[in-house]
Design a protein around this ligand. Structure first.
Ligand SMILES: Nc1ncnc2c1ncn2[C@@H]1O[C@H](COP(=O)(O)OP(=O)(O)OP(=O)(O)O)[C@@H](O)[C@H]1O
Ligand SMILES: [Mg+2]
Length: 250
């Protein structure tokens, strides 16, 4: 694992600002994700974690700030270049967000069809879908509808969908929220397997302290719209700062 600060980050956010009306959500947030690392961002509910990650993938337009992915400033890229860049990023949405009217197979084929033009993948669709499902241990659900699956299985299918383009960067928005402790552990184990198999760089948004403890190489606490504190789990857990301590009290 390389986290040396001399190496340029695979993903970088600088001075990100976003308000909705008179509500300031992000007030100059900064983040650097280095190759092969698992960076956890924790923040309490409503602190702007999902807004931050949506700015990253272009679902929300930031008011100001710089976003660099693989050393490219996304502001200056054209649509085609941006689309190509997006194929390097897998996004696990908060709450799975599978398409209810599509089978598991169709859900997984969706990103492949969407990015067909930019992709020069040699494998056929069928084997890519099967490989992604195998990674999450759900090959047998290929022709199931999402409603036939448990919450944990749906999350795993969503994870398979985020993986299907073999992305270098994976963004996880609350991967364990709403799951029971055992299923949460399974999802965290899958995330670790994926990181080891594909050497992905992951940005993990969570308020699950156990998830952060197990998966993080480094953490950022998002408080009042900024990166309030940064460090390893152990460093932050023993901080005397009350705003930092608040995250670790159960
Ligand atoms: N599209 C939007 N329009 C207006 N306000 C929004 C919009 N999206 C988010 N917000 C507001 O921005 C703030 C941050 O929301 P966000 O979803 O990022 O929180 P979060 O940290 O992800 O919380 P949670 O842990 O509950 O998922 C909230 O006050 C929310 O109401
Ligand atoms: Mg959120």
């Amino acid at each position: 694992m390389r986290t040396s600060k001399n190496i340029s980050p695979i993903l970088e956010i600088r001075d990100l600002k976003k308000s909705f009306g008179d509500k300031d959500v992000l007030n100059g947030f900064n983040l650097k994700l280095f190759e092969g690392e698992n960076l956890v961002v924790m923040g309490k509910s409503g602190s702007g974690k999902s807004v931050m990650v949506k700015c990253l993938v272009g679902l929300i337009q930031a008011d100001s700030g710089i976003i660099r992915i693989k050393e490219q400033d996304i502001e200056v890229l054209g649509r085609a270049e941006l689309d190509l860049l997006r194929t390097h990023i897998g996004f696990l949405f908060q709450g799975s967000a599978l398409y209810d009217s599509m089978t598991v197979r169709e859900n997984l084929e969706f990103p492949l069809r969407r990015h067909k033009k930019q992709l020069k993948m040699e494998e056929d669709t069928e084997s890519l879908v099967l490989e992604a499902l195998k990674n999450v241990g759900l090959e047998h659900t290929l022709d199931s509808m999402p409603s036939e699956l448990s919450g944990g299985m749906q999350r795993r299918v969503a994870l398979a969908r985020a993986l299907i383009l073999k992305p270098e960067i994976i963004l996880y928005d609350e991967p364990t929220t709403g799951l029971d402790p055992i299923t949460s552990k399974e999802i965290i184990q899958l995330m670790r397997n994926i990181q080891e198999t594909y050497n992905t760089s992951s940005l993990i948004i969570t308020h699950d302290v156990d998830c952060a403890r197990v998966i993080s190489n480094r953490m950022i606490l998002l408080v009042d719209g900024i990166n309030y504190a940064e460090g390893s789990f152990e460093e932050l857990a023993k901080s005397q700062d009350p705003k930092v301590q608040a995250f670790f009290k159960t």
